[in-house]
Design a protein around this ligand. Sequence first.
Ligand SMILES: *[C@@H]1O[C@H](CO)[C@@H](O)[C@H](O)[C@H]1NC(C)=O
Ligand SMILES: *[C@@H]1O[C@H](CO)[C@@H](O)[C@H](O)[C@H]1NC(C)=O
Ligand SMILES: *[C@@H]1O[C@H](CO)[C@@H](O)[C@H](O)[C@H]1NC(C)=O
Ligand SMILES: *[C@@H]1O[C@H](CO)[C@@H](O)[C@H](O)[C@H]1NC(C)=O
Ligand SMILES: *[C@@H]1O[C@H](CO)[C@@H](O)[C@H](O)[C@H]1NC(C)=O
Ligand SMILES: *[C@@H]1O[C@H](CO)[C@@H](O)[C@H](O)[C@H]1NC(C)=O
Ligand SMILES: *[C@@H]1O[C@H](CO)[C@@H](O)[C@H](O)[C@H]1NC(C)=O
Length: 313
Amino acid sequence: MSFLLMICLAAAASGQLAGGNGGLLHIPSNESLAHCPSSCGDVDISYPFGIGPGCFRQGFELTCDTTTQPPTLFLGSSTSTDVIDTYAADLELDVSLIGFNITMAPGINTYIRSWEAPAKGFTIPNGSVLYVVGCGVGVHLLALDSNDTMGSCTTLCFKDPVDMMQANGTCDGIGCCKIDTMREVQGFRLRIVRQDGIVAVPSVKAFLTYYGSYEFRTEDLSSPWINGSNLLNTTIYGAIMDQPNCRSASKNKATYACSRNSQCVNADRGGYYCYCPDGNPNGIPYTQEGCTGETSIQTKGCRSFFYVELLPY
Ligand SMILES: *[C@@H]1O[C@H](CO)[C@@H](O)[C@H](O)[C@H]1NC(C)=O
Ligand SMILES: *[C@@H]1O[C@H](CO)[C@@H](O)[C@H](O)[C@H]1NC(C)=O
Ligand SMILES: *[C@@H]1O[C@H](CO)[C@@H](O)[C@H](O)[C@H]1NC(C)=O
Ligand SMILES: *[C@@H]1O[C@H](CO)[C@@H](O)[C@H](O)[C@H]1NC(C)=O
Ligand SMILES: *[C@@H]1O[C@H](CO)[C@@H](O)[C@H](O)[C@H]1NC(C)=O
Ligand SMILES: *[C@@H]1O[C@H](CO)[C@@H](O)[C@H](O)[C@H]1NC(C)=O
Ligand SMILES: *[C@@H]1O[C@H](CO)[C@@H](O)[C@H](O)[C@H]1NC(C)=O
C-alpha cells in the first residue's frame, strides 16, 4: 500500500510543469490538489481557480484576504474587484457590482471613469448593459484598448416631479439611460459630459449589470446609491490564455488544459476553454478526474445572456 502511494507521488512530482507566476500548466490530479484551500470565507473554490502554490492554473490565482471580516477574495494581484462566487466549470466569477458614483463639481463638465478586468483573459459577457441614473448628462461608453465608441446615451430630467414620475419603471432617457455593450469586453472607459443649459443634478450613478436586471425608480436619482439588493452582481468569464486557440493548444499536450473526455472551445477574445460534454455538464474539465468523476458543483449556464446554445458539439 505504501509502495503504491510512493509511485503515485513520484509520478505526480516528475510530471510537474509550472507556469510563470507559479501557476500550473499541466492537468493536475484530484489528489495533487487535496492540500489546496477549498474556500475563502463562504466562497467555495475549485481548480483551475486556487489559492497558493500548486493550486491554480496559470492566470487563475485567487488571493484570500483574511484580515477582513468576512474574508475578501480577489483575482490575481488586483484588489480592485472582489470575487463573490466562483464557478470553475465555466471559468466564471461573480464580482461585486461594477459601478461609479460621480459627483459633478461646478465648472467641470467631463468625467472619465474606467474599469479593467482584474486579470488577462477575463471579460464581461455580451449582453451586459451600462445603466446611468442622473440628469443632464451625455454618456459615452468606449472600449478601453482602442477608445472606440461602443455606444452612447443621454439622460435628461423634468423640473416637475409629476412629469418625472412618468419615467418611473422605464430607462429611456428621462432620469436614466442605458447602453448595451453588444460584445464581450475586457475593459471600458466611460465619458460623462454635462449637457449645457439642462437641469442637472450633481450625482450621477453608472453601473454595469445584466440586461433587464435593473428597473429605474425616480427615487434612485436622489438616493446615495442604487438599492443593490435588486441588482445582480457582475459576472466575468476567463479563458485559458497560454495558447491563442484550441488548435495550437491541443498540439502541445504538456500544457493543454482540457482533460481527457473534455472538449475545447475557442474563446471570443483569444484563448480557449474546455467543457465536459453530455453526461456530465457540471464536471470540471481542468482536472484529470474532472469529466469522469461525480461532482455536485452547479454551473450557472452559458457565456452569453442571449444565446443558450453557444457551445458547438
Ligand atoms: C483613450 O483615452 C484616454 C483618456 O482620454 C487616454 O488617456 C488614452 O491614452 C486613450 N487610449 C488610446 C489607445 O487612444
Ligand atoms: C416607482 O415604481 C416602484 C415600483 O416599480 C414603486 O415602488 C415606487 O413607489 C414608484 N415611485 C414613485 C415615485 O411613484
Ligand atoms: C452580441 O449580442 C447581440 C445580441 O444578440 C448580437 O447581435 C451581437 O452580434 C453580439 N456581438 C458579438 C460580437 O457577438
Ligand atoms: C455617492 O455620492 C453622493 C454625493 O453625490 C454621496 O452622498 C453618497 O453617499 C455616495 N454614495 C456612495 C455609495 O458612496
Ligand atoms: C431595497 O429593495 C428591497 C427590495 O425591494 C427593499 O426591501 C429595501 O427596503 C430597499 N432598501 C432601500 C434602502 O431602499
Ligand atoms: C451581490 O453581492 C453582494 C455581496 O457583495 C451580496 O450581498 C448580494 O446579495 C449579491 N446580489 C445578488 C443579487 O446576488
Ligand atoms: C476530488 O477530491 C475531492 C476532495 O479533495 C473529493 O471531494 C472528490 O470526491 C474527489 N473527486 C474525485 C472524482 O475523485
